[in-house]
Design a protein around this ligand. Sequence first.
Ligand SMILES: Cc1cc2nc3c(=O)[nH]c(=O)nc-3n(C[C@H](O)[C@H](O)[C@H](O)COP(=O)(O)OP(=O)(O)OC[C@H]3O[C@@H](n4cnc5c(N)ncnc54)[C@H](O)[C@@H]3O)c2cc1C
Length: 462
Amino acid sequence: MDKYDTIVIGSGLAGLTAANYLAKMGERVLLVEQHFQLGGLAAWFKRKGGHIFDVSLHGFPYGMVKSCRKYWTREIADAIVQLKHLRFVNPQFDIQTTFDKEDFTNILNARFGIERAQVEAFFAHLGKMNFYDNDSRTTRELFEQFFPCRADVHRLLMEPITYANGSTLDDPAITYGIVFSNFMNKGVFTFRGGTDWVIGKMRAELERNGVEIRTRARCEKILVKDGRVEGVVVNGETIAAKAVLSNANLKTTLLDWVGEASLPQDFLEKVKKVRINSSSCQVYIGIRKGETIPFVGDLIFTSRAPTFSSEELKSFHTQSRTFSFYYPETRPECKPDYTIVASLNALYADWETLSDAAYEAEKKRIAEESLQALEVFIPDVRAKIDWVEVATPKTFQHYTHHQQGASFGTKFEGLAVSTDISNVVQGLYHAGSVGIIMSGWLGAINYGVITAQKMLRQTVAK
Ligand SMILES: Cc1cc2nc3c(=O)[nH]c(=O)nc-3n(C[C@H](O)[C@H](O)[C@H](O)COP(=O)(O)OP(=O)(O)OC[C@H]3O[C@@H](n4cnc5c(N)ncnc54)[C@H](O)[C@@H]3O)c2cc1C
């Protein structure tokens, strides 16, 4: 086909969901992905020893069930299962939780001595927070209002969210309120079958709905004429379309592919001011086939830092990490496999200028520190390990082309720019991690739907 209704650039969860929605509504859709695999950051990889590692399948809110049932398939939605054993282990407290409102209320009351009424008032306040309220308060101010001078409580409430999306106490309270409330609804969930299973099912559904998929297809340019999108250049080939939806990095989309000359000055200034979110390091640990490890929890937020600070979490020498444990039940159809992934927040700038030798040495340091932290929970684990591998912000940049290896798109101001694009360039849209709220598995899927619906509305309106 030489002309499509829509070309979707990028097969992250937002791109996949938007492509599927549009195709189901009868649009002719081409999906182009520069990588050989679909999914973007919803990634997995296989390694010697029969291990499959999940990159970003650590936990998402219950809302995924509804979104997957509505916009994907019942089979995909039915594979969502709860992670019931979350732990916080740090110098201030050692807690196990199901990470939902009821359990958190009990913990805050019994362990932290906060009046139930005060905890309930906090949750009631979160429930009423509205994106359109124009509330300029920060999360720090919100915490001080409800739990003044309680650094330990602030840590309990904030640490998992900083791990989850890189946000800080100085980000708008609304970004915290929405993400935290989503989790508190019913707890933390994952996919039985692993990332490979979900993305495989999504691919099948896209094909069933008629989406044309091209992998190893790299967008180089978005063609704009007289303020209207005309198509894209992919691997040197020009492809025409009535509309283009970019799921790739917001700033790359606008500054590199559309180009500054095609954007009005005031909008361009806003684009340039958008801050990129932080990145991650991960240590992937495989347990030799035939060996077992005891059940120690699903997710452990562990830190040796005496107190919490977003800066400590993102620092080069952070002592804070999350362990995700994947037991054989993760992939019940496969041969039993135990894998463990340690995730650390990280900044691209800390890794970008290292010499090759220093880069390798720092990766070794991160691996060693993670193994030492893991031994606290499974003392004899080292003898059972047959695979250790480290990813850095440069790895994420390499595989997804996200500027600075961003794990969670952009800071809050990215959302206004992302939603405003079609007012500036007719027929051009963006959906993908922006503004913290629209990131993560659930945020990305929902944003894909929101953008696809907007595209249809605007096409029909014409
Ligand atoms: C380490 C880590 C852990 C995470 N853990 C969780 C978690 O536990 N729970 C959770 O909910 N979220 C988690 N996330 C976040 C979540 O994975 C992402 O927010 C979400 O998957 C992003 O989806 P997206 O639609 O924004 O697109 P992305 O996944 O960012 O995909 C963008 C796509 O665009 C493609 N692309 C880029 N340039 C081009 C080009 N030139 N041509 C064609 N294609 C291009 C990329 O290859 C990529 O496939 C984690 C992220 C990271 C990095």
